[in-house]
Design a binder for this molecule. Structure first.
Ligand code: HEM
Length: 539
């Protein structure tokens, strides 16, 4: 108010400018509140005419929207006005409509939400492609690398990398078996938070590019890279609310950005690493060098003929993709696979270790399935047959879905009706995995970690829960890496729990440290401590 008064008192162009600004805002308020096509939708007063509540929860409070949305739904019902132009839904019945949108149903991604995630990259990463048709063209060549068959074929990568985690744990606890220092660290603690995120990056980089980033071998276990991805995501709500900021950000030289936010350094570094890997493969292809294993890069840049009798396209139908597209997909794969799987694995391990009953039951199942512990005696197909372990993995995915928050889509031509409310075409509508996974009708005591809810004789109830478990999304735009992520989760939980019967959560760590916030990926608040394990006894 003081600012307005002093601008008015300055004279010149200021009084008419201030007056026009005020009139424009009054017009916006009246239009959005009373005449906008969404004005009939219930919701908080401020949301109906201003984008600032969104910015407040997402930008200023750093991803708290997922916690306030359930309160709004409780007060206003299953459909809530989230911003002047967007809605959030809580009725699980609508999930299929919104997210299994095939090309024909045309619920596209929302450009104002996903566009800024592309940042300064010229080609959209696959996650941010808006139309389902354009997305399909990008997804078809990439999908075969993440099929179940492919994951089973490359399972050895997951086994090796998880074996390295077990080895590092042995070192940390001072039970090294000879190949490492065997001394452990002085405190006898193991930093599971960093290890699980690092191993995910090592797996996806080895799996996809044939060249692991070896985060587990680095002093900080790749924490710098993780911090960088997080820092980049903190910018999204600002760009989503004020789109004009994005091109301005793009004009700032990288070194200035790094001075302002040092974490960005590792982000730019990772882009250079991916660029160099693409260039290396391009060179190998042009020189006719035969790689020891054809990686995703090779297949996308120089497609091989499909396997006879399979439904893969043959070579002449598979166009070689440009280096730019391969680069964008690669950036997406590493970013998407890093925090998501690591966070879910940590949640599973925390819950098992901190609940004696769950720990005991899971170990009994694992000891019976793997009588003598060796990484080589573990296989995904066998692990998947274990019902309690499967329940543990599903509960972890329920309580720590990689993308817990709202994922907006645009209502197609012809409009839609949700819970009796007509919604015009072009409206942005979203739902959240967090809300789906906390539905008390399907998940009584939703906060309780209960692997047994995925077992039992009532198959209909289990099936209803399965339908509501949407950690990997649904339909054409679902997670391309889910087979790989599931493989990692099974291995992480099985190997760690089978190897040790006496883990304890470090007393400095508490359940409150597991609270989630929604950036795009789910994170813990900055103040959260990192999950570490100690042993209650030495064997
Ligand atoms: C627990 C682990 C994971 C969870 C919960 C998860 C979840 C998701 C979800 C919900 C989406 C859809 C996002 C949207 O609708 O906008 C998605 C997309 C994606 N995920 Fe994952 N993800 C996980 C692990 C991975 C891994 C390991 C990879 C690496 C291979 C990966 C790569 C991707 C990619 C590339 C996309 C974009 C797919 C597309 O648009 O076609 N994710 N993920």
């Amino acid at each position: 108010m003081a600012l307005i008064t002093s601008l008015l008192s300055m004279g010149g162009i200021w009084p008419p400018l201030v007056a026009s600004f005020a009139v424009y805002n009054i017009y916006l308020f009246i239009y959005r509140r009373y005449f906008h096509p969404l004005s009939h939708i219930p919701g908080p007063f401020l949301n109906s005419f201003s984008y600032l509540p969104y910015l407040y929860y997402q930008g200023i409070l750093e991803g708290q929207l997922m916690h306030v949305l359930p309160k709004w739904h409780e007060k206003y019902g299953p459909i809530v006005r989230l911003t002047p132009s967007s809605l959030h839904l809580s009725n699980p019945a609508h999930y299929e409509t919104l997210y299994t949108s095939s090309v024909s149903t045309r619920f596209y991604k929302d450009p104002s939400f996903y566009g800024p995630m592309q940042g300064p990259l010229k080609t959209p990463i696959i996650l941010t492609v808006i139309s389902n048709e354009a997305h399909r063209a990008r997804r078809v060549p990439l999908s075969p690398f993440f099929s179940r068959r492919e994951v089973l074929g490359l399972e050895g990568i997951v086994r090796d990398k998880m074996g390295r985690v077990i080895h590092l744990m042995e070192e940390a606890f001072g039970t090294g078996t000879g190949t490492g220092t065997g001394k452990g660290n002085e405190k006898g603690e193991f930093d599971a938070h960093r290890a699980m995120r690092a191993v995910s990056v090592d797996i996806i980089t080895e799996y996809a590019y044939g060249e692991s980033w070896e985060q587990l071998g680095k002093g900080d276990w790749g924490q710098g890279y993780q911090d960088a991805i997080r820092a980049v995501q903190l910018l999204f709500p600002w760009f989503q609310t004020f789109p004009f900021l994005l091109p301005i950000f793009g004009m700032i030289p990288d070194w200035v950005n790094v001075k302002l936010v040092p974490a960005f350094g590792k982000w730019f570094e990772s882009l250079e690493t991916v660029k160099a890997a693409v260039a290396r493969v391009r060179k190998e292809i042009s020189l006719g060098v035969q790689p020891s294993r054809r990686t995703i890069f090779h297949e996308l840049m120089d497609p091989a003929e499909g396997v006879e009798g399979s439904d893969e396209m043959d070579k002449k139908e598979k166009p070689a993709l440009s280096d730019e597209i391969v680069f964008a997909d690669a950036v997406n794969l590493t970013g998407a696979g890093a925090e998501t799987t690591g966070a879910t694995a940590c949640r599973a391990l925390f819950e098992v270790v901190s609940s004696p009953g769950v720990y005991k039951r899971l170990r009994e199942e694992l000891v019976e399935a793997i009588p003598v512990f060796e990484m080589d005696s573990i296989s995904l197909v066998e692990l998947e047959k274990l019902p309690y372990l499967t329940g543990v993995v599903k509960e972890a995915l329920r309580l720590s879905p990689g993308l817990p928050g709202h994922l907006p889509r645009v209502v197609p031509a012809g409009g839609a009706t949700f819970d009796g409310y007509a919604v015009p075409p072009g409206t942005v509508v979203s739902m959240s995995a967090w809300q789906m996974h906390h539905n008390p009708d399907l998940f009584p005591e939703p906060e309780r970690f209960d692997p047994a809810r995925w077992m039992g004789d009532d198959q209909d109830a289990v099936w209803a829960r399965e339908r509501c478990l949407v950690s990997f999304g649904r339909g054409q735009r679902n997670c391309i890496g889910q087979n790989l992520a599931m493989c990692e989760l099974y291995y992480a939980v099985a190997a760690v729990i089978r190897r040790w019967d006496d883990l304890e959560v470090h007393p400095d760590f508490g359940r409150e440290d597991l609270q989630l916030v929604e950036l795009l990926l789910g994170y813990h608040p900055k103040s959260s401590r990192k999950l570490r394990f100690i042993r209650s006894q030495h064997v």
